[in-house]
Write a protein that binds this ligand. Structure first.
Ligand code: ADP
Length: 497
């Protein structure tokens, strides 16, 4: 029998968590899957197994939906006052912070990202999300209207949607769970969360904290499993009122079809191929560092990554040269190494995918100024890569690579630049670097993207709506906007006045 290599964690919670197979959370209980099946959580820095995880499929989704339905229709959740939901969400944020090291370590081991980033960005962002949404629970209200029909008046009630299925990806496993759970719970919904099969662990640890915080049984159910089985069962389930998904555009379209059976409300946060535009009048040092962060953050596995860099012609060599230096100097290491700046990609499959894109790009005429190949040896590491000599119709320029690979092109005409930047089915985000405020706002108005960053990149805030134009999505996450998607409006008319 193969000897399973377990990481020797110094963190007691992590060591205990990885010591025995992880179960799923249904109706407030940690249970094995109905089939008894499990699957392996893999450490992408080594390719070794971390722990076995219960593998949910249709039978488990059915149980979880029934539990959520009961909690929504007749459980204590229904009667809970808004300020009690606030307190629970705030308590959860405190538990997230109290367990920040354990959550960050699990995230780093399961996803590959640097521990330091997991702690400073993923865990901190998760706590902030619960805190911001804790405030929303007490701020949901309706309107009153004077109606034209004599003897009547009207008002609206803003009510929760009901049972929500939430399907999340592997690039920010914990933070995506928080972006989905926090608004749903603030508005009074019940949830079935399906983490990605590549990274189920941090959502399961969050489930432990949800139970510790005191959420009633059935309000949050967490069912790990594969997309084609558990994910499909959830998105097609007749007793689920809403499905929220983050992942590829391709799967987003499948989910939308599956949801049409009972016309679930659907929100989708999908892929991107973001243009990041640097003008010569920008602070070029900041723009170069920003361009590096825009593509290499999280190993480039970010839907809003600045993956198409456009630099004004006269500054092209300076900016791209600086970007290549940054790429060369990044420390590639396992995420738990405190000096790590670039960890492994999430999986062998993702490594093969990214390498395939770059190989085909090179064959089509692109030049890899730096990187352009896997690191080799153990683990799923890929070198930070800068491609030039690219043409607008090449696959590497048009398709989402979802790895540390940027394509860089020079431009000299603003209108042509805007045309090229928008000539993509995607529209998630964009970046602009310039010291000319008129130019910045003018281009921001022209770009078809749900988020435009000016002289910054990857700035997120729970108060900012995030989502896509065109095939990058439907609806918005975060900000007041997300509350529209987790509530529905009832108009009440009173007669006989
Ligand atoms: P990637 O291709 O990068 O792995 P996906 O969009 O396939 O990203 O995965 C995002 C999430 O969608 C994961 O939780 C995955 O299990 C789920 N998923 C994949 N296929 C389906 C499907 N057919 N129905 C529902 N969920 C799915």
């Amino acid at each position: 029998m193969a000897v399973v290599a377990k990481p020797q964690s110094k963190n007691k919670r992590v060591a205990e968590f990885l010591a025995s197979p992880r179960k799923m959370l249904i109706n407030g209980q940690w249970v094995a899957s109905a089939s008894g099946k499990t699957f392996a959580a893999i450490n992408p820095a080594t390719g070794e197994e971390l722990v076995q995880v219960a593998e949910g499929d249709k039978a488990d989704i059915d149980k979880a939906v029934a539990a959520a339905r009961k909690a929504f229709d007749s459980g204590p959740w229904r009667k809970m006052r808004p300020n009690e939901r606030t307190k629970l969400l705030w308590k959860l944020s405190e538990l997230v912070l109290a367990n920040a090291d354990a959550l960050a370590e699990i995230e780093s081991l399961d996803n590959g990202k640097p521990f330091t980033i997991a702690r400073a960005v993923d865990v901190a962002g998760t706590a902030e999300q619960f805190q911001y949404m804790a405030g929303w629970a007490t701020k949901i209200d309706g309107r009153t209207m004077t109606l034209s029909t004599p003897g009547t008046f009207g008002y609206t009630l803003r009510e929760p949607v009901g049972v929500c299925g939430q399907i999340i990806p592997w690039n920010f496993p914990l933070m995506m769970a928080a972006w989905k759970l926090a608004p749903a719970l603030a508005a009074g919904n019940c949830v079935i969360l399906k983490p990605a099969e590549q990274t189920p662990l941090s959502a399961l640890m969050l489930g432990e904290l949800i139970m510790e915080a005191g959420f009633p049984a059935g309000v949050v159910n967490i069912v790990p499993g594969y997309g084609e089985t558990a994910g499909a069962a959830l998105s097609g389930h007749k007793d689920v009122n809403k499905v929220a998904f983050t992942g590829s555009t391709e799967v987003g379209k499948i989910i939308m079809k599956a949801a049409s059976g009972n016309l679930k409300k659907v929100t989708l946060e999908l892929g991107g191929k973001a243009p990041n535009v640097v003008f010569s009048d920008a602070d070029l040092g900041a723009a170069t560092a920003g361009a590096a962060m825009a593509i290499f953050f999280n190993q480039g596995q970010v839907c809003c990554a600045g993956s198409r860099l456009y630099v004004e012609k006269k500054s092209f060599d300076t900016v791209v040269g600086g970007l290549c230096d940054a790429a060369k100097n990044m420390k590639i290491a396992p995420g738990m190494d405190p000096t790590c700046q670039i960890g492994p990609l999430v999986s062998d499959e993702q490594l093969t995918r990214v390498a395939g894109f770059v190989e085909r790009g090179k064959k089509a005429g692109a030049t890899a100024l730096v990187g352009g190949e896997p690191v080799g040896g153990g683990g799923y590491f890929y070198k930070p890569t800068v491609l030039t000599n690219v043409k607008h119709d090449m696959e590497v320029v048009r398709d989402e690579i979802f790895g540390p690979v940027v394509v860089a092109s020079p431009f000299d005409d603003l209108d042509e630049l805007a045309r090229q930047a928008n000539d993509t089915p995607y529209g998630l985000s964009a970046g602009i670097w310039t010291s000319d405020i008129k130019k910045a706002h003018s281009l921001a108005g022209k770009l078809q993207a749900g988020t435009v960053w000016i002289n910054c990149y990857n700035v997120f805030d729970p108060h900012l709506p995030f989502g896509g134009y065109k095939e990058s999505g439907l609806g918005r996450e975060m900000g007041p906007e997300v509350m529209e998607h987790y509530t529905q409006v009832k108009a009440v008319v009173v007669g006989g006045m």
